[in-house]
Design a protein around this ligand. Structure first.
Ligand code: RB5
Length: 144
């Protein structure tokens, strides 16, 4: 199960991504927002981040206007490694090296077709482990 959420700035892109991923047979849980009415991105980030941190969902996708606010907010939740990606290389490397568990994108920045490729990459690449695990352990020590 993939958790997905956006604020109003990411709502349109979220709608297209949901359709794209559902057509691939992926199961999504939509944590909102459900319209283009203005809302606060930390509220959505909190819901998606908690679902991933609790293991309810294996990965998450979060979208706001730039992707910045929603990634900052998601990274405040213990156990979350949210990565803002605007290109396929970053999406690949953040899985391989950072074991990112939430993908963030900017609905007002990243075009639809590129966003689809970024999602495909993020959802298919695996963490390399090894020396990178030690670095992730150090990231999470910062939460103590
Ligand atoms: C909302 O207008 C906008 O500030 C938000 O979507 C996001 O870009 C914040 O980082």
């Amino acid at each position: 199960m993939i958790a997905i959420g956006s604020d109003h700035g990411g709502f349109e892109l979220k709608t297209h991504i949901m359709e794209y991923l559902k057509n691939q047979g992926l199961e999504l849980f939509d944590f909102g927002t459900y319209s283009e009415d203005s809302c606060d991105y930390p509220d959505i980030a909190e819901k998606v981040a908690n679902a991933v941190a609790d293991g309810e969902c294996e990965k998450g996708i979060l979208i706001c206007g730039t992707g910045i606010g929603i990634s900052i907010a998601a990274n405040k939740v213990k156990g979350i490694r949210a990565a803002l990606c605007g290109d396929v290389y970053s999406a690949k490397m953040t899985r391989k090296h950072n074991d990112a568990n939430i993908l963030c994108m900017g609905g007002r920045v990243t075009g639809r077709e590129l966003a689809f490729m970024i999602c495909d990459t993020f959802l298919s690449e695996e963490f390399e482990g090894g020396r990178h695990q030690n670095r992730i352990d150090k990231i999470h020590k910062l939460e103590d």
